[in-house]
Design a protein around this ligand. Structure first.
Ligand code: HEC
Length: 109
């Protein structure tokens, strides 16, 4: 009985390890910058979902331009003001960190 419990726990840890390693750096950026306060994986919360963002952005380069402040937002929104301040935090990241964040978001396609 107890051994079975240990197996279940180990399996859960193992599986979450696999998911985590798919986009470890990007997911960590997403967490530490608290993007998930407003953006949930596939349902609209305070803001559009990650899968909606992934649909709007066809590739990493386009999303990188937005992260660098070189491209205007694609999604028209009257709530844009909520995002503007967040963009400063993204711009402050190193390029490889921005790329990891972009890959993480695009993985929700
Ligand atoms: C305070 C809430 C909030 C937080 C936190 C937040 N966002 Fe947003 N984000 C928004 C809103 C609002 C929009 C505009 C679209 C909408 O109305 O949902 C948006 C839009 C976006 C878009 C689409 C831009 C476009 O082209 O239109 C991206 C990409 C994005 N956010 C990424 C992020 C990332 C990465 C983080 C973490 C650094 C983050 N957001 C944190 C509220 C937030």
């Amino acid at each position: 009985m107890r051994l079975r419990f240990v197996w279940v726990v180990l399996t859960i840890i193992g599986l979450s390890g696999i998911c985590w390693s798919a986009a470890p750096e990007g997911a960590a950026q997403f967490d530490s910058l608290k993007c998930g306060m407003c953006h949930k994986p596939d349902k609209k919360a305070a803001a559009i979902s990650l899968s909606e963002i992934a649909k709007a952005y066809k590739d990493r380069d386009t999303l990188m331009k937005f992260f660098k402040g070189e491209a205007r937002p694609l999604i028209e929104s009257d709530k844009w003001g909520m995002m503007r301040g967040q963009l400063h935090k993204i711009k402050a990241l190193e390029d490889p960190q921005k790329e990891a964040l972009a890959d993480y978001i695009l993985s929700f396609k």
